[in-house]
Design a protein around this ligand. Sequence first.
Ligand code: 3HC
Ligand code: NAI
Length: 700
Amino acid sequence: MSDLVLATRHNRTGVLTINNPPVNALSPGVPEGIAQGIEAFSADPAIDAIVLIGGGRTFIAGADIREFSKITASGNRGRGPGLNPILDRIESCPKPVVAAIHGTALGGGLETAMACHYRVAVSTAQLGQPEVKLGLIPGAGGTQRLPRLAGVEKALAMCVSGDPISATDALQAGILDEILPGDLLSGALAFAERIAHNPPRPTRGRNEKLPTPAEAAPLFAAARASARTRQRNLIAPLAAIDAIEAAVSLPFDQGLQREAELFQHCLFSDQSKALIHVFFGEREVAKIPDIPKNTPVCEIRRAAVVGAGTMGAGIAMVFANAGIPVLLKESDATALGRGLAAITRNYESSVKKGRLSQAAADERLERIQPTLTYDGFADADIVVEAVFEGMALKRDVFAELNTVCRPSTILASNTSTLDIDEIASVTSRPEMVVGTHFFSPANVMRLLEIVRAERTSKETIATCMALARRLGKIAVLAGNCRGFIGNRMFGPYRREAQFLVEEGATPEAVDSALYDFGMAMGPLATGDLAGLDVGWRIRKEFGDLTDTSVRQPRIEDRLCELGRYGQKTGAGWFLYGPDRKPTHDPETDRIVADTRAALGLAPRSISPEEIVDRTILALVNVGARLLEEGIALRSVDIDIVYVTGYGFPAWRGGPMHYADSLGLPRVLARIREFERLHGALWAPAPLLTRLAAANSTFSA
Ligand code: 3HC
Ligand code: NAI
């Protein structure tokens, strides 16, 4: 038997322990090892029952996701995870098989557990069918066994959302037989002894929870309607619903067959490739080539935030939510009161929505200590500055922080555009100065750009990366340039959106083309949400850096001059009522028409394809420059920034993955066409030109 599955005996119970760290994925050898163990114990007269358990930190986290790209690369559509024959052997074992679950039983892990005859777990275990998050559906009987154990409604909820459920929930749903207190293995052995002589209980035969097709029809209709709106453009949720429907309408084996066909369809889709790219990308960004894993990190026990505005208040909540006490400093009592009121409202709303208990909210609020002075800053291990965006003010704040904080305190700036080197230059500890660029709302958005300045030390970066994980953020390391990765790319993206309006598209046409492409929001409505005045002020601050020889967008400056800052003033590109939904504004038409006339531009008809190419390929072209300049470490870092911070559809994998999937020669040809039509702003990045000539990809 393989080392991946260890067989031991405990009196008359055989125990199979999976030993494939870190997450006991069903890599080649693991399923075979389980099957061999089952066969051996079945044939052993000294064994009455079998326990399947995970070694290390978890049960089985699913199929080995790395194997999927091998299958799709082989082009062999007949190949799947191939687990069904093995699960069949578990299920048809004449002796009872008990899955003993701790950590997570996910995907193929839960499917394996459901092929066992009984399932017990510790109270902290989590169970789920997360395949949909990878653009897949359960491919080893999950869509057939789960409705048999838990009913159609629960199976739909789990397979369509992909979200795991708690052990308590799983017990209530009928997926688990018992939650065991104390040591899992001892409890599972006692359980196995108790049921050792019960008749076999194969899940495939447990049809009592299956409704008739007619009874289930409304559930499937509702699930489809919800998936179409809430999981817009995604094929896997609908495929999962189809597969669960087969559990109701077909016998078990035919249902499995239907599931396999749907699984194959999803596996070979571009969506699944993109989502798997994002899954590994989110983990890859944590790895920084010149900062080894064993780089020492400082322990963050206390934090402080300067500025309790939109960002500072959110950042203080992020620390408090992670259990880290935080000082929140403002310059005056009114602003501090405003910040605290925003925080309190936010927690109250979470309690009202049932996302947080009152006690947990109170505890978090207590961790945030408001202040108007720097008293207590000497105890902070990290300070995040989030005052107004202006270099003079930031320099003053950092000079002061440098004197009030211990020399070992990390001083971080939340600036979105300013030079971290210049900020660091006013301190005596530039190696401890770093950018921590949170996204708004800071307590919600997953992205955190960590900005490495010239002298930022490896320890400071390693500490911030580790802290980000603790804060529940996905951290991406960026080099120090105006706008770092995300905003540096966002500028040209929004610039093109505005040019398209100047040239003849309506604001609605621009936004809906990009929404239909999959963006969470159109670029113009995004501007209205963030506040058009933010960019306007930055343009004024950096006016001396603006290249006047190239075309500049005009309409947003005009909107701002008229006091139309977006949602906060009730009008920007669009008009906003109390429901904050953008609606058409004839006043915008007038402003647009006047601007076109002033620029001498005759409006032309512009297709949705051109809108998408002009904006998304602008992202790609700047992304290529960021790679060349070393601002972004890898193309996947850019993808993760866009997917986690800018509403880029994960199912397209991020802008660089999207360009790779189009083919770089095609991307370059389109960019050259735009260069001919629109001039120097579209000069292709040299890296793109080189990769396209070699017919290579950014990820290669
Ligand atoms: N296959 C291959 N590698 C996996 C994996 C999997 N299923 N799950 C995790 N890993 C790898 C990660 O890439 C990471 O590798 P790295 O250290 O080289 O970066 C390592 O294991 C540890 O993972 P995390 O950093 O994510 O560890 P956490 O403790 O934070 O999270 C987890 C653990 C909750 C299990 C999380 O890794 C996870 O959600 N994994 C994916 C689970 C999943 O989607 N399962 C379904 C797979 S598809 C399937 O089963 C199809 C079936 O129906 C046939
Ligand atoms: P804001 O205007 O909402 O808040 C700034 C706060 O700083 C104000 O409450 C002000 O009273 C306070 N302040 C000013 N000087 C201070 C001092 N010396 N000590 C203590 N408090 C002081 O600004 P916002 O939007 O929160 O931005 C803060 C920083 O975060 C800026 O650098 C901005 O560029 C950046 N940022 C903003 C994002 C956004 O979407 N708003 C997103 C990411 C970064």
